[in-house]
Design a protein around this ligand. Structure first.
Ligand SMILES: [Mg+2]
Length: 191
């Protein structure tokens, strides 16, 4: 299943499904100086990713599920919470809670990998995404020790009939609990 492909639905009966976003962050791609785009590839079996990689050419790096994480806890005085350029409300609430500040860039894959690399501490995406935007970054982040959920704190399942994910949260372990508490308080009523 791919953002650029036609969904003939054969994936729903397949034992193994590849979920691919050949160019995540397309909005930023025309700007050649931008690092804000990524390539996502994930293998899904029984609705869960079993292997994945995210290439971020702007960082000259490929992140994958067979690497080690999560590295040392961040020693920033002000933790960084990243979100998209629009709709940073939930991210700013999380930043307030952990005494940090908000930053933004394009591409869900890039944002998730900035958490993995330790460049930022939490990624909060408050609205719906397609599975190809989320699957590979989520799989890599989780394999490398990050805490990954949808907006409501649930495990994300893939290769669903309707391939939509309700929000995307990636937190370094030391900020996972405060992030969850903040989001539960804010999105709780819509559960
Ligand atoms: Mg995408």
């Amino acid at each position: 299943m791919s953002e650029e492909g036609k969904d003939d639905r054969r994936r729903l009966d397949a034992a193994r499904t590849w979920i691919v976003d050949p160019l995540d962050g397309t909005h930023d791609y025309p700007f050649l100086d931008s690092m804000e785009w990524a390539v996502h590839v994930a293998l899904v079996e029984d609705q869960r990713p079993t292997a994945a990689a995210v290439a971020v050419p702007g960082l000259d790096q490929v992140f994958a599920t067979d690497l080690d994480g999560p590295g040392e806890p961040s020693e920033r005085n002000e933790p960084l919470v990243i979100s998209g350029r629009s709709n940073a409300y939930l991210a700013s609430e999380v930043a307030d809670e952990i005494g940090g500040k908000v930053t933004a860039c394009g591409s869900s894959g890039v944002k998730a990998m900035l958490v993995v690399s330790g460049a930022v501490d939490v990624y909060v995406h408050g609205s719906g995404l397609y599975e190809w935007d989320v699957c590979a970054p989520a799989a890599v982040a989780e394999a490398l020790g990050m805490v990954v959920t949808d907006l409501e704190g649930n495990e994300i399942l893939y290769n669903k009939s309707q391939p939509i994910v309700r929000g995307f949260v990636v937190a370094r372990p030391e900020f996972a609990e405060a992030t969850r508490e903040t989001l539960d308080r804010l999105v709780g009523p819509v559960r």
